[in-house]
Structures are given as structure tokens and as C-alpha cells.
Design a binder for this molecule. Structure first.
Ligand code: ADP
Ligand code: MG
Length: 322
């Protein structure tokens, strides 16, 4: 079977959720502070949601680096939100989530069903033919630490895989190789302190574009209508994934797969749910743009995340909480 390549291989980082170019200059702060509208330009929802969350928490908020870094102060507590990364997760847990193979290994060890990801390092020079003999085609290749669906591509044949590895290794020293699983639904669950706060179905674009990735950046639509029984299963699985990776605040992507039925796919789950990836950064910018209810849910979860971040006591060595 010939598998069409998704658009966006080696594509540029997509739209509003993208990191602005690193801000230079000592004048940056003064400029940014003088131009709040410019700060909000790239991620208007998040800027407004965090501003409101800080105000409700009684915290002072200062934006830095073109609105990418939010500095929060309240009483003796001083912390930052960087991008969509809140000071609620420890660095090791965030590093596990950032690495698709580490995530898969940690989840499997904890007995949490996860889509398989195998490490491919350029330095190891593995033979694509041996990979294909080992794992059934089609295969999905992606940057080990990617996000937003960028450079996630499918290979349906050995020549496609060979070409793909060459192209991706030119820009990423390490990749993850995953057996392609037929996804019936892909969900995202936002978990805060073990509780599912937002659950949505990332429905593939209805425009017939042929896009197979379920990223909102590539046209998937976030649907809030998820049957209660499904939501309960998703919530339990997402909480288990967050616990296993050690994350307090996380966005967990879960796939509902149909059984490939050929017995060769080690990740075939026979229609069961499996975790595809776990994100320590909780970006809801595109999600918020899909409707008032979406924006309200995102705003609420950020309010609670800011409140929790300000409650968290300073690290050992810092001033004790009063
Ligand atoms: N093994 C796979 N089988 C089928 N589809 C996949 C597989 N891996 C990724 N995808 C699709 O590609 C999208 C992007 O892949 P993902 O692993 O989430 O990378 P990113 O972190 O860049 O979003 C997923 O949302 C999913 O729809
Ligand atoms: Mg993803």
C-alpha cells in the first residue's frame, strides 16, 4: 500500500503557538512593557488568560522576551511561566515527557498502555532494511523531542523510509520510530493534580485534505463532545500517565486504535486506548480559538495552575512559606 506523505515534513514551526525569535537587547524589557498589544499578538488567548489568572490570584505579572516569559510575584513567592511550561513539574519529569522514547519506556514500565517508540540515533547508522524487517510497514518517523506534529512523517515502503531518514537526520540527530497505528479517535486530556480538567477529541480536518496527523496546527478540530463513559476511561488513563511520568500539570494525548489484525504490530491494541505522547507544556492557544466554551475551560485551568504555582513552596534553600 502506498502511504501518502503528510504535508509539513521539514516544515517550519506553525503559527500562533510558535516561539518568537529569541529576544535580544537590554531595551527589550522596556519595549515589551510599553507595547502590551505587541506582546499579545502571537498568543492573544494565553496572554489574556494568564493576565486574568494573575489578577485573580493577586499576583504581579511582568512579561519578558516578547511575551514568552511571564514573571509572577506574590508575597515571598517569585516564579515564571515560560512558553506554556508552568512551575508545577520537576525538570526530570518534563525531560521524560519531552523525549518520546523515554515517555514510552516509563509508561510501559508502569503498565500504562502506550504506542511503541524506538530510538533511532544518526550516530548508530542503522540499516533501514533491518528496521523494516523488524517492524511492520508503514512506520511513523518523528523527531525524538518534537512537538506540534512538525516533521512527523509516514513511510509506506523501504525507499520512502530510507529517504525520510536521510531528510530528517539532516536536521535532527535523534528520531523516534513508531509502528503506524490506525487511529479512530485521538484525544487530548489536560490533567492538573491528578484530575482531568479538559478532555477533547482532535477530529481530523473535515475538508478532505488527506492530513493524517491529529494536530490542531494541521487542521484538526477540538470537539468537546466526548461520551461520558469514554471520558471516564480517558481520565483514568491520562491520570495514570501523568503519575507514571511524574507530571502534575500535563497534556496527555491518547489514541483509540483499531486492531491492524496482522499480528505483526506490537502496538496494536485491538481498539483499546493507548497513550501516544505526554506534554509537560500545556498549550491551549489554538484550542481556545475554537469557541467561547473552549476559551473558558482553558482560562479556568490556567487560573488553577497559576494559583497552584503560587502556593507551591520555594525550593529547599529558599525562604520558608509563611
Ligand atoms: N505511530 C503512529 N501511528 C499513527 N499516527 C501517528 C503515530 N505517531 C504519530 N501519529 C500522528 O501524528 C501526530 C503527531 O505525532 P506526535 O507523536 O504527537 O508528535 P508531536 O509531538 O510533534 O505532536 C499525532 O497526533 C498522530 O495523529
Ligand atoms: Mg502530538
Amino acid at each position: 500500500m502506498r502511504v501518502p506523505q503528510g504535508a509539513g515534513v521539514l516544515s517550519r514551526r506553525p503559527g500562533p503557538a510558535a516561539r518568537p525569535p529569541a529576544g535580544p537587547a537590554p531595551t527589550e524589557r522596556a519595549l515589551a512593557l510599553r507595547r502590551p498589544a505587541a506582546q499579545a499578538g502571537r498568543r492573544p488567548y494565553f496572554t489574556a488568560q494568564l493576565t486574568r489568572a494573575a489578577a485573580l490570584a493577586g499576583a504581579d505579572l511582568t512579561w519578558h522576551s516578547r511575551g514568552w516569559v511571564a514573571e509572577l510575584r506574590r508575597g515571598g513567592r517569585h516564579t515564571h511561566v515560560v512558553g506554556y511550561e508552568f512551575p508545577l513539574n520537576d525538570a526530570a519529569a518534563a525531560a521524560v515527557a519531552a523525549d518520546k522514547v523515554a515517555t514510552c519506556a516509563v509508561l510501559a514500565a508502569a503498565g500504562v498502555p502506550a504506542v511503541g517508540h524506538r530510538l533511532l540515533r544518526q550516530a548508530d547508522g542503522e540499516d533501514p532494511a533491518a528496521l523494516v524487517a523488524d517492524l511492520a510497514l508503514p512506520l511513523v518517523v518523528k523527531p525524538l523531542d518534537g512537538r506540534g506534529g512538525r516533521d512527523v512523517a509516514r513511510a509506506g515502503t523501504l525507499p520512502e523510509l530510507t529517504a525520510l531518514l536521510e531528510r530528517l537526520f539532516a536536521v535532527h540527530p535523534a528520531l523516534a520510530l513508531s509502528p503506524w497505528v490506525p487511529i479512530r479517535h485521538e484525544y487530548r486530556v489536560v490533567v492538573l493534580a491528578d484530575r482531568d480538567r479538559i478532555v477533547f477529541d482532535k477530529a481530523r480536518p473535515p475538508d478532505g485534505s488527506g492530513e493524517w496527523r491529529h494536530n490542531l496546527a494541521y487542521g484538526a478540530v477540538p470537539r468537546l463532545e466526548v461520551p461520558a463513559a469514554v471520558r471516564a476511561r480517558l481520565a483514568a488513563l491520562a491520570a495514570a500517565a501523568a503519575r507514571a511520568t511524574g507530571l502534575t500539570f500535563a497534556a496527555v494525548d491518547i489514541v483509540d486504535t483499531a486492531d491492524a489484525g496482522d499480528g505483526r504490530d506490537p502496538d496494536s491494541t485491538g481498539g483499546a486506548l493507548a497513550v501516544l505522547e505526554v506534554n509537560s507544556s500545556v498549550c491551549l492557544e489554538r484550542f481556545s480559538g475554537h469557541g467561547a466554551e473552549h476559551a473558558r475551560l482553558a482560562g479556568q485551568v490556567y487560573e488553577d495552575a497559576v494559583a497552584a504555582a503560587l502556593r507551591t513552596p520555594p525550593r529547599a534553600g529558599g525562604a520558608p512559606p509563611r
